[in-house]
Design a protein around this ligand. Structure first.
Ligand SMILES: Nc1ncnc2c1ncn2[C@@H]1O[C@H](COP(=O)(O)OP(=O)(O)O)[C@@H](O)[C@H]1O
Ligand SMILES: [Mg+2]
Length: 250
């Protein structure tokens, strides 16, 4: 088996005449935490949208475990084990934390899933759902409705619902955006723990987090890869520093 769980070749996305992602070649090593960083507008979210097929690539190939998945639809991609947190694993406000994770487990089992699933139809898997809540540190909030959770707890719940799907690769787009320092630390630990036995590709602006938990860093600027390597080599790269300062965002 290849060392890379995910391989991207020549990935390109045009919006009219504008090229948001311009021929990106990228290999994501199995078992790594890989950061995608770069100034605002670099094309990071667009890359995620292409990987999950929320957007159709203009050209390029995406391989998952050696299989060309470029033509699959979003649901099929999720079923292969490539799951984007905070979207596919949407949290429903009127359900409790526990019910949300039970719903995700139900999806994982392939049972019918639609927005109107009634609470009363959610059965079984309660213990397993509690385990997931434990692992993200919110078991004590099992009976709290998602709408009543703090921002940090809600994101923890989103990670729990993602983990319930047992993804092989998790995509996280700015998981700590808008968080206070305490929540940032909690979510950072959670991502680190959740990465055991799987692969994480994350967009993260907080370079402290990147240096702390990421094995590999790819820097994107204007839709192209500017640099790649471990954090130390990236931090020492003058072009990278310039792109960040030039982009006015770090
Ligand atoms: N649906 C779209 N239509 C037109 N332009 C888009 C669309 N989505 C993103 N863009 C443009 O593509 C560029 C990259 O955006 P994005 O991937 O969101 O950047 P990042 O996540 O790195 O901040 C930006 O200039 C953005 O305005
Ligand atoms: Mg973005």
């Amino acid at each position: 088996m290849s060392a890379n769980v995910l391989e991207i070749e020549g990935l390109t996305k045009r919006f009219g005449a504008f090229v948001a992602v311009a021929g990106v070649d990228l290999g994501i090593r199995r078992g790594s935490i890989h950061a995608l960083i770069g100034p605002n507008g670099a094309g990071k979210t667009t890359c995620f949208n292409l990987l999950t097929k929320f957007l159709t690539p203009t050209s390029g190939i995406i391989r998952f475990n050696g299989r060309d998945i470029t033509a699959l639809d979003p649901a099929s991609i999720a079923r292969t084990g490539l799951v984007r947190s905070f979207q596919i694993s949407a949290v429903f406000n009127s359900m409790t934390s526990l019910e949300n994770v039970m719903l995700a487990l139900q999806r994982k089992r392939g049972e019918s899933y639609d927005f109107w699933t009634r609470k009363s139809t959610l059965s079984g898997n309660r213990a397993q759902a509690m385990d997931h809540l434990h692992s993200v540190g919110i078991a004590h909030l099992a009976e709290t409705e998602a709408s009543d959770l703090s921002y940090g707890h809600r994101r923890a719940l989103e990670i729990a619902t993602t983990l319930a799907l047992e993804p092989e690769v998790i995509l996280l787009d700015e998981p700590t955006a808008g968080m206070g320092i305490e929540d940032v630390d909690r979510i950072t630990r959670l991502i680190h723990d959740a990465a055991q036995g799987r692969t994480v590709l994350m967009v993260e602006h907080n370079l402290g987090i990147v240096s702390e938990i990421c094995d590999e860093v790819t820097v994107l600027a204007r839709g192209r890869i500017l640099a790649q390597g471990d954090y130390a080599s990236i931090a020492a790269n003058e072009e990278v520093v310039e792109a960040y300062l030039g982009g006015g965002h770090a």
